[in-house]
Write a new protein. Structure first.
Length: 290
């Protein structure tokens, strides 16, 4: 079996360092036998032993620690997805999640939401702030554009908005599920510390939330059935599915499909007759078109 197959991590590290410009890092270019950084230069930038780094590339250095892989990733200027690949090759698992507050969704992702004519769909952060939605979501769930950005939070709506609470067929079950799924999402995205302020606020505003939060239950959002008492449509049933956004652990998408043709027809009629619109938070409007 070729050495490259036996030592995938070493092969990948060699390839990455060969793509870097020594001059960009302050190293003398001079006469080099190969392109890119030398092994000792990578080791210097990562603050590890040159001998050990050489062994690692040669596949005889043993399993590296997570700390060492993080330093090598920084030394090689790896992107988040490249850093994850290095961890998968070196340790067989992804790195610990580093939560980053969302910078919004791309116009392309918004267009995906908008293509779902009768299926309410939204994108939320790990702290359950709604950052993008389509017209069906605005008509059936909540007109998020009518709310200040700071109030476009699913937990705030469920626990603090009487209108949203009244729309739920079994509010207690919905609330219990939402809190458990929120806790799991925040932990998965590495945002446990970031949700502290929101949790404190909701504990003060809602005794029900405080009690459910203290239960420490977790749930997977996954898929299921959503039943609503809509003020215009009346009883409506939808099947929902939750999806991760690849490369964005801070975001997830939820799509609600009408459960019956009648539900779909009524949603279509409402969307076409109501002055609601899809949207993104204002800070997202400056994003590069991608």
């Amino acid at each position: 079996m070729p050495a490259e197959t036996n030592n995938l991590l070493g092969t990948y590290l060699r390839d990455r360092r060969a793509r870097l410009d020594p001059a960009a890092f302050g190293f003398a270019v001079g006469r080099r036998r190969t392109a890119g950084l030398r092994r000792e230069e990578v080791a210097q930038r990562a603050n590890i032993s040159p001998t050990w780094y050489t062994w690692l590339e040669q596949g005889r250095g043993g399993a590296p620690s997570a700390d060492v892989l993080n330093r090598i990733a920084a030394a090689l200027m790896l992107t988040d997805v490249e850093r994850e690949h290095v961890f998968l090759l070196g340790l067989g698992r992804p790195p610990e999640v580093r939560y980053k507050a969302t910078e919004g969704v791309t116009p392309r992702l918004q267009r995906l939401l908008d293509a779902l004519e009768v299926s309410p769909a939204l994108i939320k952060t790990a702290t359950w702030d709604v950052v993008a939605w389509n017209r069906a979501a605005a008509a059936v769930l909540t007109d998020y554009a009518a709310l200040p950005p700071g109030q476009r939070n699913i937990l705030r709506l469920i626990f603090c908005d009487p209108r949203v609470r009244a729309a739920q067929y079994d509010w207690e079950s919905v609330a219990r599920f939402v809190v458990g799924a929120f806790r799991a999402d925040a932990a998965r995205a590495g945002a446990v510390s970031e949700v502290g302020e929101l949790v404190d606020e909701l504990c003060k505003r809602s005794p029900e939330f405080e009690a459910l939060w203290r239960d420490n239950n977790v749930h997977v959002h996954g898929e299921g059935v959503k039943r609503l008492r809509h003020p215009i449509l009346g009883p409506i049933m939808m099947e929902y599915s939750a999806f991760g956004v690849d490369g964005r652990p801070d975001l997830s998408m939820i799509v609600y499909n009408p459960a019956t043709r009648s539900d779909a027809d009524r949603i279509r009629s409402l969307v076409t007759s109501q002055p609601v619109q899809s949207g993104r938070t204002p800070s997202q409007l400056t994003l590069q078109q991608t």
